[in-house]
Write a protein that binds this ligand. Sequence first.
Ligand code: ADP
Ligand code: MG
Length: 253
Amino acid sequence: MNAPELRAEDVTVRFAGLTALDEVSFTVAPGSAHALIGPNGAGKSTCFNVLSGLYRPATGSVRLGETELTRLAPHRIAALGVARTFQNIVTTEGTVADNLMLGRHVLTRAGFTASALHLPRARREQREHLARVREIAELTGLAAHFDTPVALLSYGDRKRVELARALCLEPRVLLLDEPVAGMNAAERARTAGVIRDVRAELGLSVVLVEHDMGLVMRLADEVTVLDFGRAIAHGSPDDVRRDPEVLRAYLGT
Ligand code: ADP
Ligand code: MG
């Protein structure tokens, strides 16, 4: 198991007059799959933006194991092993291989000048990255399209390129913001299988924002429910599904 615990404690985020997160706490156990669910506008993406360092919370903290992430820049948090995908970003440029190699940038040691001059060390490093990136394409069901321009792929494959690119960072914690949104049933099932496989194979933790309750039930060990910026329930998928406050939040009764 290579994933440390990820812990958010009393995280509050405010935007001019709006409290997007109100003292939200949750813990992602090492190697677990943790789903963050809740109605639109509940604060799920804001939460990811805090975990990945794009937003600084007004109060509260985020820790990865013993390391305080709260005031670190996004690239530092990425280098510590927290990778993410974005809800509405799907790449349209380059081949699958190009996009995955981009995901290796944070890990490149040889530096830009050495790479540009094609020095032996940089060439060797490049070969190693390429070999690993092929393995990740294999794991994510993209191997057959390795040299294909992403613009020619189906929507489901293109969205899975985002997941694969995040994996290229060799994360210990993977944050997936609506990884199957917009996919058809077959693509959803395939992507769910990939998420399950990479977690088992790589021993990482997954934090998943998802509307598809079937997928949450199948993938998540634990669920945190957000509603109007507050964490209103924690528990197993079965527990939260029966929670009266959760039903109220979803059904508005
Ligand atoms: P979710 O992902 O659960 O649908 P978000 O985290 O995107 O919800 O948004 C939570 C609330 O915060 C919403 O009311 C949204 O309009 C608001 N919000 C999110 N990001 C910003 C921002 N950068 N500036 C102002 N308001 C924002
Ligand atoms: Mg969102």
